[in-house]
Design a protein. Structure first.
Length: 72
């Protein structure tokens, strides 16, 4: 069985905020029963993504934003 999942998260604030690194756990843990065929991640404003793996096998993306304050 193949599944397609689309997810969008939007944050809205009453005033400009300082963008700090954001840690995201987005993918299922790898196993023999589950295979991720393709994935993509985009951030606005632009961010540098650093991928790591925790001790439980979860992939973690950390987004570091180049633009410190969003445009109002």
């Amino acid at each position: 069985m193949k599944l397609t999942v689309h997810h969008r998260t939007t944050y809205r604030y009453a005033r400009p905020v300082l963008l700090q690194p954001h840690r995201m756990m987005l993918r299922p843990r790898g196993s023999h029963e589950i295979a991720v065929l393709a994935s993509s991640l985009s951030c606005s404003p632009e961010a540098e993504l650093d991928w790591t793996q925790d001790v439980f096998g979860n992939l973690i993306a950390t987004a570091t934003f180049s633009q410190l304050r969003p445009n109002s």
